[in-house]
Design a protein around this ligand. Structure first.
Ligand SMILES: [Zn+2]
Length: 331
């Protein structure tokens, strides 16, 4: 019980190049027929649990809102999908944040998802382009070395619970598997995929999380590993081809009876921003800049970077913040 399953989905994810869109016309309608829920499953002996999601709609929405280029789209989309899968294994009202911080050009990527299916994602470099697209959409170089922090928030709990691990390769799936192993002693298979059309728009996105509960007998683990070597884990391609969540999971659990669990929440892109948060963010400008803006006498339009919602910060708002900052600096 010391290691994760072998490499999860690096092979297939790296093959998801921009321009890998041969069968787009045949499958364009597929996603509208699939219900956008995180589907949960459990083996009948309760030793394995799984979650599978078609996240195409929410990753697409994120791309439209933030105008992300191919590589940032894949990075944020995988983080959103991973957060959705982990959140679905928690309880009502709980949420998961996935925060990747690398020293590469893509910098920071953030996503958060709720048990009830609300999800959002963000990168500081939405229009980043790698020097060479011919190498495929590998996140490894763009993210660089760094850490993955996963936060878990419960209702009425002041501080979230944080767990931080070093990045394995920055491709997100392996990094989340490493986190689950280090922080929760859970071995897992995490496959996350975002596939793009030739023009760079999201064609399909989805993921699978298969977790082995601590104390599972070796025979079960061996069987899953054998199945894994004989199965496809190119999730976004399978979604494009019309595979259902159950059909995606079945080959991995061949020989292991399992059932689906009720999880009736539709996945949707949702941002809990409000004016109060926007005003708090403006404090960072400091007294000097705020004074200049007050003197200019013009309201400042501010747009939430995660959802595009516009806010008008009035001169009186800026004056209030400036005065409060000034008072606090005197204390
Ligand atoms: Zn927002």
């Amino acid at each position: 019980m010391t290691s994760n399953f072998p490499k999860t989905s690096a092979k297939t994810e790296n093959s998801e190049k921009a321009g890998n869109a041969q069968s787009a016309e045949n499958t364009a309608d597929t996603n509208s027929e699939v219900d956008n829920r995180v589907h949960r499953f459990i083996s009948n002996d309760l030793t394995l649990r799984a979650a599978v999601v078609n996240s195409t709609a929410v990753v697409r929405e994120m791309q439209v809102l933030q105008k992300t280029y191919p590589l940032p789209t894949v990075a944020v989309g995988r983080c959103m999908t991973g957060a959705l899968l982990m959140a679905a294994q928690l309880k009502n009202g709980q949420s998961v944040g996935v925060h990747m911080r690398g020293n590469g050009a893509l910098g920071t990527i953030y996503a958060e998802a709720h048990f009830e299916g609300d999800v959002r994602g963000f990168t500081h470099s939405p229009q980043y382009q790698p020097p060479n697209y011919n190498e495929g959409l590998s996140l490894h170089k763009a993210v660089g070395n760094g850490t993955l922090t996963v936060s878990r928030q419960q209702p009425f709990q002041k501080q979230p619970h944080y767990g931080t691990v070093d990045l394995v390769n920055g491709e997100v799936g392996d990094d989340i598997a490493h986190y689950l192993n280090q922080s929760h002693q859970i071995r897992s298979l995490v496959a996350l995929g975002v596939s793009l059309s030739q023009s760079g728009s999201v064609e399909a996105a989805g993921g699978l999380l298969l977790e082995v509960m601590p104390g599972v007998e070796d025979e079960i683990v061996d069987l899953v590993m054998k199945n894994r070597n004989e199965s496809r884990v190119d999730i976004s391609q399978m979604i494009k081809e019309g595979f259902s969540p159950q059909q995606i999971l079945e080959p991995l659990l061949k020989g292991i009876p399992f059932s689906s669990l009720d999880h009736p929440f539709t996945v949707r892109y949702s941002c809990p921003c409000d004016k109060e948060r926007v005003l708090r963010a403006i404090e960072i400008l400091g007294v000097k800049d705020l004074t200049e803006m007050v003197d200019d006498g013009e309201p400042v339009p501010v747009v939430c970077q995660m959802c595009g919602k516009p806010y008008d910060v009035t001169v009186s708002d800026m004056k209030d913040i400036r005065d409060r900052l000034h008072r606090n600096s005197l204390n």
